[in-house]
Design a protein around this ligand. Sequence first.
Ligand code: DAH
Length: 335
Amino acid sequence: MSIQQALDALRTDTPSRVAAAADLEQLAAVEAETVGKRSIIAEGRRSLGAVPETDRKDLGRAINEVAVELESLIATRRAELERSAHAAALASDAVDVTLPGRAPKRGTIHIIQQALDEVVDIFVAMGYTVATGPEAETEYYNFTALNFPPAHPTRLESDTLYLDYGDVPEEILLRTHTSPMQARYMEQHDPPVYLVVPGRTYRSDPLDPTHSPVFHQVEGLAVDTDITFGDLKGVLEHFAREFLGPEAKVKFIPHFFPFTEPSAEMHVWHNGDWMELLGCGMVNPAVFEAVGYDPDEVTGFAFGMGADRLAMARHGITDLRHLFDPDLRSMEQYR
Ligand code: DAH
C-alpha cells in the first residue's frame, strides 16, 4: 500500500473512530494512532526525504492536509467531550436544596424534672427561694437535727442506704428525704425563711409499681414571726390548685413526723380517689433549737412532697417503673 493509499484509508476511517471515542482517554488513543508520533502521518513525513523530488511537494501537501483535517476533527471532539465531562461533574456535585433536611433529634425534659420545675415555679411565684443540698448526707442532718430519736426505725440499714467511707467520725448515707436541707439552710440563714428544695432521695426499697430506691422530693419550709397552721393549709391548697387544676380538693389527715408538731398528710382528690401527696406540719421547736433559732420568737411550717407521684398523677401513669424506663419512647410522649 502506497503512502497515498494509506492516507486515503486514514481519512475515511478516522471520522467514525473519533466520533465513537466515548471519553477523553479513548480520544487520546485515537489521536495517537492517527496523527501521533507512530501514525502513518508521522511515518509519511519521515519518509519524505526518500521520495523523488518531483513527487515530494505533492505528497507533503497531501500529508499536511490530512493531518490538519484530522487534528481539527479531534480538537472538536475533544471540546465536546470536555464539555460533557464538566457537565457530568457538575451534575454529580449538585446539592438538591429542596430535599427535606435531617433535623437533629429533639430531647425531652423528663416528666419528673418537669414536675420538679413546675412545683418550684409555683412556690417561687409566692416568694420562696430555691436551694439544693447534698445527696450523700450525714446522719446528723438526715436524722439527728430533725429530732429523730437514736433508735428510730428509719435509721436502720434495712430502710436506709449507708455509704462506706471507712473510718469516719459520722455515718454517711444517701439522704432518705430532702428534709436535711431545712436544718442546713436554717443554720446558714437568719429568719424569715421561705424555701423550697427539689432533689433526689433514696431508700432501701425494691423497685415495684409504687416504690423505687431512687425517688424525688420537694421540701418546703416557711419560718417567720407568726406563721400558723392556717398559713400551711392555705399555701398547700393553693399549690394543689395551681398544679392539678382549680377543682383540686385537698384534705389533711393527722400524722406523725419527729420534726413537725402537729403533723399531717395532705391528700388530694384525683381521678376519683384520694391520693397522698405530701407530709407536712408545724416545725417542731426541737428543730429550731438544733439550728440555733429561738422557738419563742419564730414559728414555721414545713412540708415534703413526692415529685414522682406528682408526675404520675399529672399524666395518669399507674406504674412508677415507667418513669425509669430506659426506652426513650416512653418519655418522648410527654414533650
Ligand atoms: N421528710 C418526710 C418524708 O420523706 C416528708 C415530710 C413530712 C417533710 C413533714 C416535711 C414535713 O418537711 O414537715 O416522708
